[in-house]
Design a protein around this ligand. Sequence first.
Ligand code: SF4
Ligand code: SF4
Length: 415
Amino acid sequence: MKYHKRVSSENNFEQCIKCTICTVYCPMLEVNPLYPGPKQAGPDAERYRLKDPQICDEALKYCLNCKRCEVSCPSGVRIGDIIAIAKAKSRHGHSVRDRLLSGSDSMDGVVASVAPALNSLLEKKSVRRFMDRCLAIDERRPMPKYASERFSSWFRKSAQREQEGFGKYVTYFHGSYVNCNYPELGKEFVRILNAVGYGVRLMDDERYCGIAKISSGLLRQAERDAERNVEAIRKEVAEGRRVIATSPSCALVMREEYQHILGIDNSDVKNYISLSTRFLYRLWERGEIKLAFKEDYHRKVAYHSACHMEKLGWVLYSTALLRLVPGLELVMLPSQCCGMAGFYGYKKENYDFSQAIGEKLFERIRQTGVDTVVTDCETCKWQIEMSMGLEVMNPITLLAEAIDFEKTRDLNQNK
Ligand code: SF4
Ligand code: SF4
């Protein structure tokens, strides 16, 4: 069934002043002559779509939902949102692939219990070829590895009891990546928060943020999860806790897309949703926490600004936090899309565009000569690791490596 809910972004196209600035910043327009670009696919075409909802532009599928056009627009047009809604409304049904890649909270427990076997199965050439031919998941793209214990299970079993007795608390929104693929990041977050005097809680009923569903046009399913998340976040906020994510895409979708794309009123809680690096840096800046670092720590890394960090305007917090590490040499990469855009780069029809977009970034990374890249986004990490064979870390992972935990705990004991 088609999605017909009307949301606030639909009339936002009227703000377009036709300056064409957005066309300069669209990474897809640069590599794909079939894509009309943000101005034409967004505000220009929206006028026609409103007159005739049957109008369906196949080229909309190329949009990465990177939001670089929105960052550049001087007039506040929510171009990416307009395109995402139009794309979802023009779809007739959804493929098995899109449903599979969009994930399901209910399958996680099963996936974790068979993770080692599933990981080795997904590495087999024959399986990848099968997925390429039958599901249109490109065989050149390795699937992310699954962890054999979900972060949420680890937390409830091994960390929950240790969270008692803190005077201050935050609620951690772990999302699907930390829960299923990389629980280490969640563990590092908990360790750092505890060291600076904060206890960590999880929401009773966290659903995945829904960005993969929104990107695949599964808006009805995304809406169901979003409604439950907003309710759960409301409860946390009512009890005086902020909700902190380690994924910028989770933070962005919960703060902005729930309202702009799914039409869910989250205005009472959206400002209580933040990102780990922003939360920590602001505490440090106000003198509310102290951080001590290992004296012998040395690393040279390049920082890549993920598209959704640019959209949030929060690159500054991650880089400022990293600059506190005395032994760290930080090289800033120019702002450039990596081409991955969540599961977009997994789809066979997108793979070549994804790599063509990423190539500019890869070249800049090569020029720095670093062997480690730091980025806040998990799927930028997959893209750079796969395409360049480099180590890619979240800023929280680097902090956990550089912090002297004993000294940090001592410094924050009386705070
Ligand atoms: S969201 Fe990204 S890919 Fe889509 S139109 Fe905007 S800049 Fe281009
Ligand atoms: S940058 Fe904004 S105002 Fe300018 S053409 Fe694009 S959508 Fe319109």
